[in-house]
Ligand binder design. Structure first.
Ligand code: NAD
Length: 290
């Protein structure tokens, strides 16, 4: 397949490389100087998009996506697919999809879970919103870049699934860290705490797979001095997107809002910037009740 790939950063770079490795003809564009094995670089987003059956975007946020989409949509062939894999707000995803459909294109919002490791290893999970025809065309690309693609419904529903998932993740990580810090103060051994909770009703991905306590459970960023992993800054971005969506849909999300406030404090006023999002545990360790 002829593919245009715009945004070749930490995630987009390895995703594009995997598509090229699988034999697809990939033309890339990024604002920054990048070179990726097997990818021919274009001088503009429009040039990368021309003649492509699928144009993939992997960009920092919704404003940038809207800007890039406005450039590339007029350059794309009718019937081609605009496939956005960035994490952006639901409103931007829906606005871009509408613009693409008006121009005779298929549009998919397909944010991912799995991080840089998943992008490199081709094991991402895609949460996809958009039409059936676009999903059918993109399926073989999802199968190369990832291990699972769930079609969640019409445009915007991929982003909706992503922010709901990450709102749960942010809140469960915070409460898991709180519980470890409380257990320490109560004299409960961390290994015993893990052995109980990971097989009881308090279990979660945050505890079982990504345990925030160093030396406990499977290998995780806590065992590497909380190098990300999944940075607290990115968790904050996703929690803010969840709150923006809750605001526009008039949904009551008090725990999601509290999680967003705590990550904002951690990243902006404390030492959380650039650390893994599970570094909430050393934060709580240092604190008392007030
Ligand atoms: P990144 O900053 O490494 O990459 C973004 C790239 O987009 C950069 O190379 C930048 O130069 C390029 N770019 C910016 N504006 C551009 C423009 N106008 N035209 C062309 N290129 C432009 O970010 P990333 O970590 O690759 O994340 C990309 C997206 O994936 C984000 O939406 C992020 O939330 C999401 N995501 C990231 C992770 C992760 O672990 N890093 C996990 C899941 C989802």
């Amino acid at each position: 397949m002829k593919i245009g790939f715009i945004g070749l950063g930490n995630m987009g770079g390895p995703m594009a490389a995997n598509l090229a490795k699988a034999g697809h003809e990939v033309t890339g564009f990024d604002m920054a100087e990048v070179s990726i094995e097997g990818i021919q670089m274009a001088n503009s987003a429009t040039e990368a998009a021309k003649g492509a059956q699928v144009v993939i975007t992997m960009l920092p946020n919704g404003d940038i996506l809207r800007k890039v989409a406005a450039e590339v949509i007029p350059a794309m062939d009718k019937g081609a697919v605009l496939l956005d894999c960035s994490t952006v707000d639901v409103d931007s995803a829906r606005a871009v999809a509408e613009q693409a459909q008006t121009a005779g294109l298929s549009a998919l919002d397909a944010p991912v879970s799995g991080g840089v490791g998943g992008a490199q290893g081709g094991t991402l999970t895609f949460m996809v919103g958009g039409d059936e025809a676009g999903f059918a065309t993109a399926k073989e690309l999802f199968d190369i870049m990832g291990q699972k693609a769930v079609h969640c419904g019409p445009s915007g529903n991929g982003q909706a699934a992503k922010i709901c998932n990450n709102m749960i993740l942010g809140a469960t990580m915070i409460v898991t860290c709180e519980a470890f810090a409380l257990a320490d103060k109560l004299g409960l051994d961390r290994q015993a705490m893990f052995d109980v909770v990971s097989t009881s009703s308090g279990s979660s991905w945050s505890m079982n797979t990504y345990c925030p306590a160093p030396g406990i459970g499977p290998q995780s960023p806590s065992d590497n001095d909380y190098q990300p992993g999944f940075a607290a800054d990115l968790m904050l971005k996703d929690l803010r997107l969840a709150q923006a969506a809750a605001e526009s849909a008039d949904a009551d999300t008090p725990l999601g809002e509290a999680a967003m406030r705590l990550y904002a404090q951690f990243v902006e006023d404390e030492d959380g910037k650039g650390r893994d999002f599970s570094a909430m545990l050393p934060r709580f360790e240092k604190r008392g009740r007030n």
